[in-house]
Design a protein around this ligand. Sequence first.
Ligand SMILES: *Cc1c(COP(=O)(O)O)cnc(C)c1O
Length: 396
Amino acid sequence: MNTKEIIEQTDKYYLPVFGRNQIALDHGKGCKLYDAEGREYTDFLAGIAVNGLGHAHPAIVKAISDQAGKLIHSSNLYYTEIQAKAVKVLSEVSGFERVFLCNSGAEANEGALKLARKYGVAKNPKKFKIISAVHSFHGRTMATLTATGQDHYHEGLSPLPVGYEYVPYGDIAALENALDDEVCGVLLEPIQGEGGVYVPTNEYLLKARELCDKHDALLMFDEIQSGICRSGKWFAWEYSGARPDVMTLAKALGGGFPMGAFVTTERLAHVFAPGDHGTTFGGNPLSCAAAYAALTTMQEMKLDQIASETGAYFKLKLEELQKQFPDKIVEVRGRGLILGMELRSAGAPIVKGCLERGMIINCTAGNVIRLVPPLIISKEEIDALMVVFREVFEEF
Ligand SMILES: *Cc1c(COP(=O)(O)O)cnc(C)c1O
């Protein structure tokens, strides 16, 4: 099929929920993607912060291929060696004793929210409130979209689950006011991604830790986008030292294969009794093989350090761009390879202009160019993007 046929057929059958770019991708290698017409693109999106090791990484390809020929699915009614390996390595890299595996970010947050509810309500039937932040993004299920602090995700879906409250992100006083003994959990992204790439101060996250201790609420960090080396550390909370009680993961966890997880402490693992939570597909052998290969490869490569160094270079280049186009660019934000460039006007024409020149970038929150490339992106590729940015910004 050619691009036109692919687009027409997809649009005929798929629900019209996505605003898609008018290209059809066929395959990828490293940081390059190729469309159905054979055109090459450099990928600065990584499937929305998913393909940390780029496309078709040999270790991931081999792990998935080998496992697919052995056992793809077995259910959690049985043990598998590859799951035993995956949960051990995830515990090691995260520093948390206990792991629950699922299939997506929303599911990971859904599990964490359930854990916080069980924890709170067992102590006091009124202790069920969940606090999350304005501009946050936590997923598309009813509970996670309710926790998402953006009104447009709530529209037309009432009645929403009760017990959710929102605080302005980064505002210590607001957090202090919102927390009381009826709060069972606080859910925060240590770097907000989809909401526009906002990095909070260390003090903010430390204060959240302190307030959760004071009110016996669970501090839950959604590291679905910021985690797994993207921020320049394995997990973005490490910059602050504010260690959460629960951390949720997905996106880059499976090296491109769908996988989610939440990790927690030994103590909190027992809030759930057998039967309180579960999944058919979560932790299946194929996803475990992918995640095990991804995590061990990243460990060996010290991909956190690579992301930190490349990210610093990238940010510097974007700041130079901002100085050149102060009438178009408000500011550059982010850490490691989760970077945002806020524009004075809508980002869509910039995304389109870059795509036409072979660069895949993304815009979030309407006017923030979000750059979340594979963590193996090179300085040469970043330089090439800067050339394209200059051309596009001069044109618009
Ligand atoms: C992407 C994302 C989610 C949702 O993940 P899905 O796999 O799409 O369900 C939740 N939280 C954050 C911070 C995300 O970036």
